[in-house]
Design a protein around this ligand. Structure first.
Ligand SMILES: Nc1nc2c(ncn2[C@@H]2O[C@H](COP(=O)(O)OP(=O)(O)O)[C@@H](O)[C@H]2O)c(=O)[nH]1
Ligand SMILES: Nc1ncnc2c1ncn2[C@@H]1O[C@H](COP(=O)(O)OP(=O)(O)O)[C@@H](O)[C@H]1O
Length: 204
């Protein structure tokens, strides 16, 4: 049986660049991670594809899956549900592949309770004014919403202490390289390889 894959969770405050960094990581020719496509009740945006960007579902369907225990985690974010389907994560980890989640902080904390040996990476802004600039530049929010998001971002940055690693997203490419390095060294952790060595010892 292959060694179980690593569960990698990339999270961080809204607007820090999680989506941007994750996409850049997955565009690499040598990418070895399996992206867990999330499910959401938000409307599909122009250019988004069902089953590629998200699985788009109605609120009723989503709640049904929650009640059946089919979500590893879910969170309500700006009035919509977002969540990680459980079966895909389990099946892919069992195949020995590393699964990558890009999710907001509430959901990341729920994953940590269920799968504490995951690798939890917190993406941080170079500083607070840069975070505000990114939220403003994204151009999707009105001023009042931006202020709300900044207050929320402060609370979210407080959550950093619960993570294993902090990666600064100053430049996308640098952030991607830092994440790749972290995951590479995580494969050598004793608790990740111990089963294989215990099996070897039994055979001696
Ligand atoms: N908890 C949780 N959060 C998710 C999931 N998928 C995406 N998110 C987060 O939901 C937030 C909103 O995503 P989205 O609507 O695509 O907005 P965007 O940040 O403008 O691209 C982002 O912070 C994502 O990281 C998920 O499966 N679970
Ligand atoms: N390293 C970076 N430098 C400058 N701008 C960035 C960087 N990373 C992301 N951005 C920009 O910041 C905004 C928020 O990024 P996004 O990926 O949507 O954040 P999140 O998924 O964390 O909410 C976008 O306009 C994106 O282009």
């Amino acid at each position: 049986m292959p060694e179980r894959g690593l569960l990698i969770v990339l999270s961080g405050p809204s607007g820090v660049g999680k989506g941007t960094v994750r996409k850049a990581l997955f565009e690499k020719d040598d990418n070895q991670f399996e992206y867990s496509i999330s499910m959401t009740t938000r409307n599909k945006r122009e250019g988004e594809v069902e089953g590629v960007d998200y699985f788009f579902r109605s609120k009723d369907e989503f709640e049904q899956l929650i009640s059946e225990g089919k979500m590893l985690e879910y969170a309500e974010y700006v009035g919509n549900y977002y969540g990680t389907p459980l079966d895909y994560v389990n099946k892919t980890l069992d195949e020995g592949k590393d699964v990558f989640l890009e999710i907001e902080v509430q959901g990341a904390m729920k994953v940590k309770e269920k799968i504490p040996d995951g690798v939890f990476i917190f993406l941080t802004p170079p500083d607070f004014s840069e975070l505000k600039a990114r939220i403003v530049n994204r151009g999707t929010d009105e001023l009042a919403v931006i202020e709300k998001r900044m207050t929320k971002a402060k609370e979210e940055i407080e959550m950093m202490r619960h993570y294993d690693y902090a990666v600064v997203n100053d430049e996308v490419e640098l952030a991607v390289q830092r994440i790749k390095k972290i995951i590479e060294s995580e494969h050598y952790r004793v608790n990740h390889v111990i089963d294989r060595y215990e099996n070897m010892l039994k055979e001696l």
